[in-house]
Design a protein around this ligand. Structure first.
Ligand code: GLA
Length: 393
């Protein structure tokens, strides 16, 4: 079975442009300003985020990109070049600063005339903007559909096929513009999964593409998105990843167990790990969840095979993911809203490929070898929590 999986992954890998494979051989990791700062983000916030990414150990745990989301944009100058607004006085200097920390930097735009926060988009200026981003030193572009949706609808009222083709063409246009700059720039599609983005996003040069609407900083939103990714594993792999949106670990009112479930699910999904919390207020619990190297190693596994649901009960789901070394990552989620803990859960090892119903296990959150475990063993999982194991025969 493992051979087949390796072969399938190699095939997917081979069909992508060489540059895409190298750019995002494993799911991109970093931080993005939107989930915490939204429209308030400034140059100083980005510098601070870069500083704290280093001092908190996030960089050493693998987080690389510091991404500026919407609201950096100013007007266009007389030659049509995009400028920044007063919150970002010097983008080149900012990019240099972030690079000086051993990090990379990302920027945001829209194929439409306006971004989602109604700032200047790239419509009609794609090549010019790509050139500007490259000249400033950017390494990553999140390209958010926003007002382009209206252009699609106005151009082809009621003709959804034509609208979708326009959307693909708009993403292709920016991809080509990025390639033309000669600078390697990760291309992140953000159009909320319209027209089943996962089916075509790699062909328009996407390294990652949103598969859902925006995440919110609460358990219901997070887990709904996570569970909705079942069956999506065949669409992602090295160089091209399903993106169930950025992390909300450390935001809102999610508690320890809910944050564990969030990080477990995203790592099982081979999802991009783009943190979105405020590092200046990050407590030790949130930091240790975001920087758990054993969990991150599952997300970043070289095989790049996204996990999938292997068993679902009324209030429990079990997901598994094959890994490059022949072992399997297994996650058990307690979805129960009412009960404080779930006891006596079977791990359904059989369904995860362990036909004898037994496996050697390591607990990746507890950092503990559990020895040989069996389906009949009793596992206790707190409400909204998860267990994440690495299993070997
Ligand atoms: C959309 C995106 C978000 C964020 C905002 C910015 O809602 O999905 O991730 O980029 O726009 O306006």
């Amino acid at each position: 079975m493992r051979r087949c999986l390796l072969f399938a992954a190699a095939l997917a890998f081979a069909s992508l442009p060489a540059a895409a494979q190298q750019l995002a051989a494993t799911p991109p990791m970093g931080w993005n300003s939107w989930n915490w700062f939204a429209g308030k983000v400034t140059d100083a916030d980005i510098r601070k985020a870069a500083d704290l990414m280093v001092s908190s150990g996030m960089r050493d745990a693998g987080y690389v990109y510091v991404n500026i989301d919407d609201t950096w944009e100013g007007k266009r100058d007389a030659n049509g070049n995009i400028t920044t607004n007063e919150k970002f006085p010097d983008m080149k200097a900012l990019a240099d600063y972030v690079h000086s920390k051993g990090l990379k930097i990302g920027i945001y735009s829209s194929p439409g005339p306006r971004t989602c926060a109604r700032y200047e988009g790239s419509y009609g200026h794609e090549e010019q903007d790509a050139k500007t981003y490259a000249a400033w030193g950017f390494d990553y572009l999140k390209y958010d559909l926003c007002s382009f949706g209206k252009i699609m609808r106005d151009t082809h009222p009621n003709d959804f096929a034509a609208q979708n083709q326009m959307m693909r063409d708009a993403y292709t246009k920016m991809h080509n513009a990025l390639v033309k700059t000669g600078r390697p720039i990760v291309f992140s599609l953000c159009q909320y999964g319209f027209d089943q983005s996962w089916q075509w996003a790699p062909s328009v040069g996407g390294n990652l593409w949103r598969t859902t609407d925006d995440i919110r900083a609460n358990y219901d939103s997070m887990i709904l998105i996570g569970l909705s990714q079942a069956g999506m594993s065949k669409f992602s792999g090295p160089g091209h990843w399903n993106d169930p949106d950025m992390l909300e670990v450390g935001n809102g009112k999610m508690n320890h167990d809910e944050n564990i479930s969030h990080m477990t699910m995203w790592s099982m999904l081979a999802a991009p790990l783009i943190a979105g919390n405020n590092f200046t207020e990050m407590n030790d619990d949130v930091r240790s969840i975001l920087t758990n190297k054993e969990v991150i190693a599952i997300d970043q596994d070289k095989l790049g095979h996204q996990g999938d649901r292997v068993w679902a009960g009324e209030e429990t789901e079990i997901w598994a993911r094959p890994l490059a070394d022949g072992s399997v990552a297994l996650a058990v989620f307690n979805l129960a809203n009412n009960r404080s803990t779930m006891r006596g859960l079977s791990l359904h090892l059989h369904e995860a490929g362990f036909t004898g119903g037994a496996a050697h296990a390591r607990d990746l959150w507890e950092h503990k070898d559990l020895g040989l475990i069996k389906d009949t063993d009793v596992f206790t999982i707190p409400r909204h929590g998860a267990v994440m194991l690495k299993l070997t025969k």
